[in-house]
Design a protein around this ligand. Structure first.
Ligand code: TYD
Ligand code: MG
Length: 451
């Protein structure tokens, strides 16, 4: 006999418990337990077990056309070269960042190429979607809309006439009838995702799910949602600035770190094919504290401007603020500057910013950060057509970075004339016509060239 039971779930990690707890033993976060009703017992014994047998890897058949294009190059790149048949993709991001828009645009392109596409919305009505769609462009009859909240309705629809791609907007508004708790709750989100996973794998349909994010920036619902799906994409960027960056944080079918850059326009999202140009637009010339670095985002080099402001502090404890960079990394570099380059920064506030609302994790930016700090400290502008990159170690050494040649080429393509790079990388650079490449082995050497 099936019966209902009250269970407590952690909203962050999905930890289950019979009683309420203040702190989750799984992820150590506080006050995240919520009560939900689940159905237990009465599971049928399946008699399929005998029929299951392993297959030799040599006998597994793959079809040639396993990927197909979304019609948006930037999205294809982030997905690892296009949509994989039967994959489950989670798209997360802040409200209003453009998740619904990008999926609608993708669906439009796919339907134009003759694929049947089903767009399921639990948030908007048919006419609201149509209004949005009219801004984006014209659609064909292969683009099907469904405004329901019950997953069972979606399943019935799919069974009747299976589409090639399904978009679910959003997972937090979907519910299955077997689970008694409200839509958006941990057990609902988990169950809906598991059912969508089954649909994707069994029927070979690519499924895209929109997920809302929490204040902390992770997809709302249990963290293990990210483990269940094949690919997790995050849409980020400043909502007020026009640029949106789509980042793959997990991808079973391609590399992560890959990014796609978009701009929100009146007619939907448009692709930015040359992000370096956009990121350097409006760069101040002849100003101290501004340096251009080259960061690798997946397989693509992007030039970015790092800005630093170093000024006398009015307090006992100097203030350090970073935007778009790791705070601790900047503190570490300030300490290296004090100890290894003999600069007294203890009495200075330091602010470091990446222009354009970009977030930078590449350690190759270290040399750029240091150069910007020193330039601002000495109030001396750097050469205008200069790019610097390299990782800095605690003893002040400049260490080699990956893909140095690609970075130098990007700098040359964008019209830069000098590149300051790690000495160990310089030896491996074969072609450097039209750009002067200077190899440095430690921070003192670098600062001699810079200012
Ligand atoms: P939306 O895709 O609804 O965001 P999400 O689904 O992530 O919550 O994006 C909505 C924002 O984008 C909204 O502020 C309006 C803006 N927008 C445009 O500027 N141009 C357009 O063509 C569209 C469709 C939306
Ligand atoms: Mg939306």
């Amino acid at each position: 006999m099936a019966k209902e039971k009250q269970i407590f779930f952690c909203r962050e990690c999905g930890f289950e418990s019979g009683k309420w707890m203040g702190q989750c033993p799984g992820c150590k976060s506080w006050n995240t337990f919520c009560e939900e009703t689940i159905t237990v017992g009465a599971k049928k014994q399946s008699d399929r077990r005998d029929a299951v047998a392993p297959t030799s890897i040599l006998e597994v058949q793959t079809s040639d056309e396993t990927r197909f294009s979304t019609g948006l190059e930037e999205l294809n790149r982030v997905l690892g070269g296009g949509i994989v048949n039967g994959s489950l993709v989670l798209v997360g991001g802040d409200p209003g960042i453009g998740k619904s828009t990008i999926l609608l645009q993708m669906c439009r392109n796919l339907s134009e190429n003759g694929y049947r596409v089903l767009y399921v919305s639990g948030e908007e009505s048919l006419s609201q979607i149509k209004m949005r769609a009219e801004r984006i462009g014209t659609f064909t009859k292969d683009m099907l809309l469904l405004c329901v909240n019950h997953l069972e309705d979606v399943e019935a629809c799919i069974k009747k006439n299976p589409p090639k791609v399904i978009a679910i907007d959003s997972i937090q508004t979907m519910l299955v009838e077997d689970v008694p708790s409200a839509p958006g709750s941990v057990s609902q989100v988990k169950e809906v995702t598991a059912r969508l996973m089954q649909i994707a794998k069994q029927m070979d349909i690519a499924v895209f799910i929109v997920g809302h994010v929490t204040k902390e920036g992770t997809v709302a619902g249990p963290r293990n949602l990210e483990h269940m799906v094949d690919t997790v994409l995050y849409f980020e960027g400043d909502r007020n600035a026009g640029f949106r960056i789509l980042r793959a944080v997990k991808n079973r079918f391609g590399s992560t770190n890959e990014i796609g850059v978009f701009e929100m326009t009146k007619t939907g999202l448009s692709e930015v094919n040359n992000p370096s140009k956009v990121m350097l637009d409006g760069r101040p010339v002849n100003t101290s504290g501004s340096v251009v670095v080259c960061s690798m985002e997946g397989t693509r080099p992007i030039l970015l401007e790092i800005q630093a402001l170093v000024c006398q502090t009015n307090f006992n404890l100097p203030r350090r603020t970073t935007v778009g960079l790791d705070y601790n990394r900047v503190n570490l570099l300030l300490a290296v500057l004090e100890k290894r380059a003999g600069m007294v920064l203890a009495g200075c506030d330091a602010y470091v910013n990446i222009a354009g609302g970009f977030r930078l994790d590449d350690p190759a930016a270290d040399l750029g950060i240091v150069a910007a700090l020193v330039s601002s400290f000495k109030n001396k502008p750097l050469e205008e057509h200069l790019v610097a990159f390299g990782e800095i170690g605690l003893s002040g050494e400049v260490r080699g970075v990956s893909s140095a040649e690609q970075r130098v080429n990007e700098a040359r393509k964008m019209g830069f004339q000098t590149c300051i790079i790690p000495k160990s990388n310089k030896e491996n650079i074969k072609t450097a016509d039209g750009i002067q490449v200077i190899g440095v082995s430690n921070i003192r050497e670098a600062l001699e060239y810079l200012c």
